[in-house]
Design a protein around this ligand. Structure first.
Ligand SMILES: [Fe+2]
Length: 186
């Protein structure tokens, strides 16, 4: 799937309301809609000038709606879906959010991911090997991907008010317009 408009993306994010099943049969503390809003809000607070990073946080898990149950592929599905609309950097940050999890799991010996993410991590490849971690660190987007991942892990607080999706419409339109103006043809 390729998203072609902010409206289409907003519809998909709205559809995340109520989605909180995890593959092991458990329940996440927040649904995917609140998780998206909390991730984006944390990034807006820590990186107020980086709209692309914030937006990447907002959309990073839409792959779970596009292909339910595909843990290993959900980052790629989301990255492919947002690329035509939001551009290469947002797409790459989304794509790297699972790699960043594997990197942090290696760097922190398993303490960098939430308990609910741990079983899934195994299916996503487990903690990075030292060689994989070294290669990841050479990626120019590695730091931003780790920042997104840390916000992702922190964005599972039941009952936390992180605003409403409508707050993000103008930011999404800004990022989409900037990408369109740059004339990218993907
Ligand atoms: Fe997430």
């Amino acid at each position: 799937m390729r998203l072609r408009s902010v409206e289409e993306l907003m519809d998909l994010l709205h559809a995340c309301r109520g989605a909180r099943n995890v593959p092991e049969g458990g329940i996440e503390p927040v649904d995917l809609h609140d998780h998206a809003l909390q991730t984006a809000a944390l990034l807006r607070r820590s990186h107020p000038a980086d709209k692309e990073l914030q937006v990447a946080g907002l959309v990073h898990d839409i792959g779970r709606m596009l292909r339910p149950g595909d843990d290993a592929g959900h980052a790629d599905h989301a990255a492919d879906a947002v690329r035509p609309l939001l551009g290469e950097r947002v797409s790459r940050l989304v794509r790297l959010h699972v790699a960043a999890k594997r990197y942090l799991a290696a760097a922190t010996r398993g303490h960098g991911t939430s308990a609910l993410s741990a079983p899934v991590l195994t299916r996503q490849g487990g903690p990075m090997t030292p060689a994989e971690a070294a290669a990841f660190e050479r990626d120019p987007m590695a730091d931003d991907a780790v920042t997104l991942r840390q916000a992702d892990e922190a964005a599972k607080v039941a009952g936390l008010d992180a605003g409403v999706l409508e707050d993000w419409r103008t930011v999404l339109e800004l990022v989409a317009a900037r990408h369109a103006r740059l004339g990218a043809v993907d």
